[in-house]
Design a protein around this ligand. Structure first.
Ligand code: NDP
Length: 253
């Protein structure tokens, strides 16, 4: 029996990357996991099938964040899935992981691009937390995935880094507000972490990215998922409002 047996979790952006690894890890720890995705139903289905094959419990929920009605759509599907499987709509763990990179130089960033980055990376997590609190019993856990770029300069990603700076504020202020309910809220900041980006297929690029970490390798999605798993466990009951550096030492300079 895992340490999250009897708990329910929502991981946004769990169809691939760190979200996927987090969903898989929390399911291995015993949680019933809602695998959220935006567009890639097949990928989310694969994650659910893999979790079930390993004896875990999961279901997929779709909602394109950053579009009108996104949070409503997300919670309709989430509550339906939870009710069907547990008889209740209680949500113990929320991981706000879904995010979009900028990838555009500041001088080429249009107001629409900027709005989209903020809508997905900062506004959606705020309203997801606001809505989730109606379902979250005392002792719940909230983790927001930020980025090492709030502490490590990259002039090509200013708008993105700004959006991650915004999401970090959620931990500070919500941690204070929710402490009396035993709910913890923390930020996890990954460094460069392998995902489906074709850059990770170019050995020279991977070597250059690896050099940023004190461990001389790029992060794997599981490196970050394991940190999240700690923060949502009972063992992390005394940790709230924190910024957790999960950058493989990149921020050491
Ligand atoms: P990926 O790019 O591999 O996957 C992104 C996930 O988010 C997918 O499941 C995708 O779903 C979902 N998603 C993206 N946009 C939306 C949207 N508008 N609505 C709903 N779902 C959406 O993610 P990573 O593992 O690379 O990154 C995860 C988090 O970590 C992000 O917040 C990212 O900013 C942050 N981060 C990543 C770093 C890295 O080097 N990879 C470094 C530092 C932070 P679908 O495909 O189904 O639409």
């Amino acid at each position: 029996m895992g340490n999250l047996t009897g708990r329910t979790a929502l991981v946004t952006g769990a169809s691939r990357g760190m979200g996927r690894a987090t969903a898989e890890r929390l399911a291995r720890d015993g949680a019933l996991v809602a695998v959220h995705y935006g567009t890639n139903e097949a990928a989310a289905g694969e994650v659910v099938a893999g979790i079930e094959k390993d004896g875990g419990r999961a279901f997929a929920v779709k909602a394109e964040l950053g579009t009108p009605g996104d949070v409503h759509e997300l919670f309709l599907a989430l509550e339906e899935g939870l009710k069907e499987r547990t008889g209740s709509t209680e949500l113990n763990i929320l991981v706000n992981n879904a995010g979009v990179m900028g990838g555009v130089k500041p001088e080429d960033t249009t107001p629409d691009m900027f709005d989209r980055i903020f809508a997905v990376n900062a506004k959606a997590p705020f309203f997801i937390i606001q809505r989730a609190l109606a379902n979250m019993p005392d002792g719940g856990r909230i983790v927001n995935i930020s980025s090492g770029l709030t502490r490590f300069a990259n002039p090509d990603e200013i708008a993105y880094a700004m959006s991650k700076g915004a999401i970090e504020q959620l931990a500070l202020h919500y941690a204070k507000a929710l402490g009396p309910r035993g709910i913890t809220v923390n930020s996890v900041a990954p460094g460069i972490t392998r995902n489906g980006n074709p850059l990770f297929d170019i050995p020279e690029a991977v070597e250059a990215m690896a050099a940023l970490s004190t461990f001389n390798r790029v992060g794997e999605p599981q490196d970050v998922a394991d940190v999240v798993a700690f923060l949502v466990s009972d063992d992390a009951r005394w940790v709230s409002g924190s910024f957790v550096d999960a950058s493989g030492g990149t921020l050491l300079g």
